[in-house]
Design a protein around this ligand. Structure first.
Ligand code: G3P
Ligand code: CA
Ligand code: CA
Length: 289
């Protein structure tokens, strides 16, 4: 029966999980095949239950070593060292490179063609502990944090992150703290504003407001970050402690990495500027609908 299900899924042609839900009435969370506009077949995870379902997993941001300084595994910032001559770093927020596999999305970085191929309206984000097995991702209690947007903001930014980050490049020295991208209100599926606050360090809590997802934040030293998950920077610009992904240069260079300076006052001590251990040791799964 299981193989029959896999076989049936393999003959569907759909460009997104929303298509699978709308056209084939697929209602189960799990791994499906999708086809790009150019006919590329790939597999990813569909969340078919949250807020009506139809959510396509397009990427995960995983921190393999918070002490790394833009070294191996830092695909969402730079694997080439903190270098002002490489302001975009690896450039993966706004290119068509893909990497990883769906089953290892909580164990390493993942990016599939849906990231640039799907035209979407909203996003959903799941923070799932590192190495958590796919068959349990949808257990709500497993998540550190889960939320989605519902104001269709992606319509204003080209329909996906690939386009949004063309408008707001994740690039060193592209602007100053005041030049951040959009901050979009979120609806919680696991957690709330107070639990979001507590996932980051006590010093960080003084300079953001929870209840948002923010794109392309810039810190005091002109380093760019891609996503502030769950929060909007308001009164400060030490965004390296609570925003993820980045361009290719951070000063000091210790801050360079996929979770840039989540370890400023030592990993997961929940003091000073350090993010919690829970947050630091969880992968960030990005979905479109
Ligand atoms: O990001 C924090 C760093 O810029 C220094 O903070 O607490 O020493 O003023 P602090
Ligand atoms: Ca990584
Ligand atoms: Ca700082």
């Amino acid at each position: 029966e299981h193989l029959e299900k896999v076989r049936n899924r393999s003959i569907r042609v759909a460009r997104s999980c929303k298509d699978l839900r709308d056209r084939y009435d697929e209602r189960e969370d799990g791994v499906y095949y999708l086809t790009t506009g150019n006919g590329m077949l790939y597999q990813t995870y569909c969340d078919m239950t949250t807020a009506g379902g139809g959510w396509t997993l397009v990427a995960s941001v995983h921190e393999n070593s918070v002490y790394g300084r833009c070294t191996v595994g830092d695909r969402w910032s730079s694997q080439q060292g903190s270098n002002a001559d490489l302001p975009d770093g690896d450039g993966n927020w706004s290119n068509r490179n893909t990497f990883g596999t769906v089953e290892s999305a909580t164990a390493d970085d993942f990016k599939n063609p849906g990231y640039y191929d799907i035209t979407a309206e909203d996003m959903s984000v799941w923070h799932i502990p590192n190495n958590f097995p796919l068959e349990f991702w949808n257990m709500e209690a497993a998540a550190v944090l889960r939320y989605h947007t519902e104001n269709r903001f992606l319509r204003l930014y080209g329909g996906n992150l690939f386009q949004l980050f063309k408008q707001y490049p994740v690039r060193y020295n592209v602007g100053s703290c005041g030049d951040r991208g959009p901050a979009i209100p979120i609806v919680y599926d696991h957690g709330d504003k107070e639990s979001t606050r507590m996932l980051y360090g006590p010093n960080s809590r003084r300079e953001f407001e929870p209840g948002f997802i923010t794109f392309r934040a810039i810190n005091w030293e002109s380093a760019a970050m891609a996503i502030c998950s769950g929060v909007k920077p308001t009164v400060g610009c030490n965004t390296e402690h609570y925003c993820i992904g980045g361009g290719g240069y951070f000063n000091p260079e210790e801050q360079c990495g996929d979770f840039p300076s989540f370890d400023y006052d030592r990993l997961g001590k929940e003091q000073g500027w350090s993010a919690s251990k829970e947050m630091t040791e969880a992968a960030v799964l990005l979905f479109y609908r």
